[in-house]
Design a protein around this ligand. Sequence first.
Ligand code: 5AD
Ligand code: SF4
Length: 491
Amino acid sequence: MNNTVYESEEFRRMLDETSVMPEPPVMDGSLRQAWFINRCRRIVARKEEELKRALTFCVVTFGCQMNERDSEKLRGILRLSGFSQSDTEEADFVLYNTCTVRENANVRLYGRLGSLSSARKKNPAMKIALCGCMMQEKDEIERIRQKYRYINLVFGTHNLYRFSELLCACLMSDGQIIDVMDKNDSIVENLPSDRTYSFKSGVNIMFGCNNFCTYCIVPYVRGREKSREMKDILDETRQLARDGVVEVMFLGQNVNSYGKGLSGDVSFSKLLEEAEKIDGIRRIRFMTSHPKDLSDDLIEVMKNSGKICPHLHLPVQSGSSRLLKLMNRHYTKESYLDLVSRLREAIPDLSLSTDIIVGFPGETEEDFQETLDIVRRVEYDSAFTFLYSKRTGTPAASMEGQVSDETAHERFDRLLAEVQSIGRRRSSRFEGTVQSVLAEEVNRQDRSLLTGRTPHNLVVHFPGDKSMIGSIVDVRLDKAHGFYYTGTERE
Ligand code: 5AD
Ligand code: SF4
């Protein structure tokens, strides 16, 4: 891990320009946020002077890669404001970036808040902030307002770009600040970020989701789909390449519908073709793909690309066409299987991973058998399996035939056994081959080993030293151990 703040040249200029402005720019956007970063700097410096020690922060991220990326931006702002990162939650500013996709994400957040109380006692000046998807839920905000008075700052997904302004207000106030917006149609570019890895990075290409799968809360908490301008995405990717990044992951809830609402001839496959031309970028990944929008163009671009990794995350959710309709997924078991065969024909050794929900309302044993069947037919390299979780406000929450916990758990166990045995078999198919591996970190258990990933997204442990982190090396995959390999670098 490297943790350095990366800001665009434009943002650096904005920091300089606003450092001498007595008042913040009125127009909402990155210039205004730069002014508040300068202001936070002065406040933090003053507090450090008073306390005779550095002020620290800790950002804890729940949920998906989008949240991970958001947290990099939040950390970037905290660092530019003068805070130092703490490894533990015993910090002066603790920020939880929350998830709400399943009920247990909410339960975990409150559990975590409870266990923060001893750190709070040691440092009564500690500020606690909450942001992210769960904060877009009105009921949760009410609960925090009433029962968690000690939380200092709450903001949502639509105004994350205003974090420096909110941070500034929070540092100057002892009360509770709650600032959540219902929607926001603009995209604020140019914010700094504190990247977890120096050699790979996520790049947001779009925000929100328009699909309204009937079980899913995401469209309600992340808002309508909006794509970033292709130029902004490519400029960011070029800047990343200049900073030494070799692998990018394009992020969106449904990357295949990238470009809707933008002017000009833009699409996800065009974006990939342009990204491919960027010198220095050696690997391109993306997630998540919705099967209904995966175009033939994309298959063609993947097939002809030297940089797009041969791995696709293609959530199926269920193998029952009847349930897929109730889920509002807009494809059937047959059309999904057809898509998989077209993909495999074009890219023969493509790795496929997926998401599956068990226990959706009305799921019968026959429906579940269809799910087992599709899993066997597709032979996923890996699958994330979820127990259906009822999310208030979604259409599925009021559907008839809610499945009992017992039945859902029993099916879940059967499904897990199946996906694991297939995954284990599938992922051993590269044993004995040489693969290019991006060395990502020193192995946590054995410091003489490095851990990296193949283009197919398989984890490999191999002897090597820290200096190799961030480079792509040829590694012979000596032995498959279920979901990872051990290997040796080929000289
Ligand atoms: N219950 C269970 N799993 C869900 N997902 C989304 N909403 C729910 C829910 N209410 C899963 C889907 C999605 C993944 C990110 O989370 O499988 O692809
Ligand atoms: Fe949720 Fe469906 Fe959108 Fe994915 S595509 S975020 S599952 S609504």
